[in-house]
Design a protein. Structure first.
Length: 138
């Protein structure tokens, strides 16, 4: 399923079975009454198992020794030290990979990462906007 306010972005990266155009929050609120809880939890349990294995793999990759430092180790060590309300931005390139693979978002943490390949320098303007005292949460 993909929900996007911009119809041009629907299916851009991956073909989905269900494509919904609209504001994500409003669309999800409209869908909530239609959700039926399933008694078979095997799919969810498999997903949770795969997520645990993913984080175990990421921890092993972060523990690989490097000189002067394994950047994945840096991101893995940074992640638990970030405040629960941190706004984290990332540039494109290798740092985007480490950001996406090693940071664990929790609480009210927010993040921004360019969704386009080879975007030049998105972190600086994004960080500037995030630090604005007149910024409104979305």
């Amino acid at each position: 399923m993909q929900i996007d306010i911009d119809p041009a972005l629907i299916g851009m990266r991956y073909p989905n079975e269900v494509n919904l155009v609209g504001d994500a929050a409003a669309t999800l609120r409209a869908l909530i009454p239609l959700i039926q809880r399933k008694s078979d939890r095997s799919w969810r349990q498999a997903v949770e198992k795969n997520v645990r294995r993913w984080w175990e793999t990421m921890a092993m990759e972060a523990d690989v020794s490097a000189d002067p430092i394994n950047p994945m180790k840096l991101f893995a060590e940074l992640s638990p030290k970030l405040p629960d309300n941190a706004i984290v931005t990332a540039d494109s390139g290798s740092s985007a990979n480490w950001y996406a693979r090693q940071l664990k978002f929790r609480g009210n943490m927010r993040g921004s990462l360019s969704g386009n390949l080879a975007t030049m320098g998105p972190a600086c303007p994004t960080a500037s906007a995030a630090s604005s005292p007149t910024r409104t949460a979305r």
